[in-house]
Design a protein around this ligand. Sequence first.
Ligand code: AHG
Ligand code: MN
Ligand code: MN
Length: 324
Amino acid sequence: MSRIALPQYLANADVAPELQSIILGLADVSINISKSLAKGALAGILGAAGAENVQGEDQKKLDVIANDMIKDALAAIPAVRGLASEEETDVVPCHTNGSFLVTFDPLDGSSNIDINSMVGTIFSVLPHSGTEVVTEQDFLQPGRHQSAAGYVLYGPSVMLVLSIGKGVVMFTLDQDVNNYLMTDAEVAIPADAKEFSINMSNQRHWVAPMQDYIADLMAGKDGPRGKDFNMRWVAAMVADVHRILCRGGLFTYPWDSRKPDQAGKLRLMYEANPMGYLVEQAGGEVWTPDGKILDIQPEHIHQRVPVILGAANEVALCVDYHQR
Ligand code: AHG
Ligand code: MN
Ligand code: MN
């Protein structure tokens, strides 16, 4: 069976050549990142980098390596007006004629690096319509404005999952020829869920409605939901959302009373918005307790947000517990 390669998909879908160049550039650099990850300890790239990022988190060597690789790749693409990364304090201006801005999480799930577990790269492409030399202000667009979004999952196989606003497609890396080939043309999340995903160890720090909602899931057949739920937590948003795109379910990372001034753990512009765009494009829902995430007007490139996403009916119910 002959499969459609990523460049062919983009051409068939009439994606603007500038946008194609960005998606293909990200795909190429992700292949190089996957090779570094595969070498692991042999390449001496595991462990801490010995520095902190702007969010006060300890950087792993691979956070820095992946960030530098993606930054260099994007800076070489004329269509990129500017970029913003989890691992960069400020936005980085690129080409003054570029039409697009790119935000990215170079390595998502960093705590999995040293245990040879799944990690990913998340990216979001926004149109540029602001100043000649980009400023942070130019990036502060609602997720609804994204021109494309996606992620690469570095798992047993390397997969690139993409939306250009025409549904969600999945590609798998053919490692022999370094080509991403389409392996799922129409990703859809069922409206009802059988599985949920949350870091249960934080339970006592959530708001009461979230505690009540999860308690009712945990009560299974004997509780108000009248059915049993399964639970999974990979500790890499990419991998948890990938599972939801493959077989459904609900994912949430709620607000936590230990950091009352922090809206949540996940970052709006390079985690929640791109993953949210994919989930909505696959028929799912993406909310905070107060409203749809893709409608949020960002105030800062590194701002955080509580996230409830996945199966439409389950997300609606979880939000309803908060709004009752
Ligand atoms: P990152 O490695 O880019 O900082 O993101 C990690 C995030 C997200 O991917 C994941 O869902 C969550 O942190 C895991 O958090 P816990 O450590 O609470 O499990
Ligand atoms: Mn992340
Ligand atoms: Mn990261």
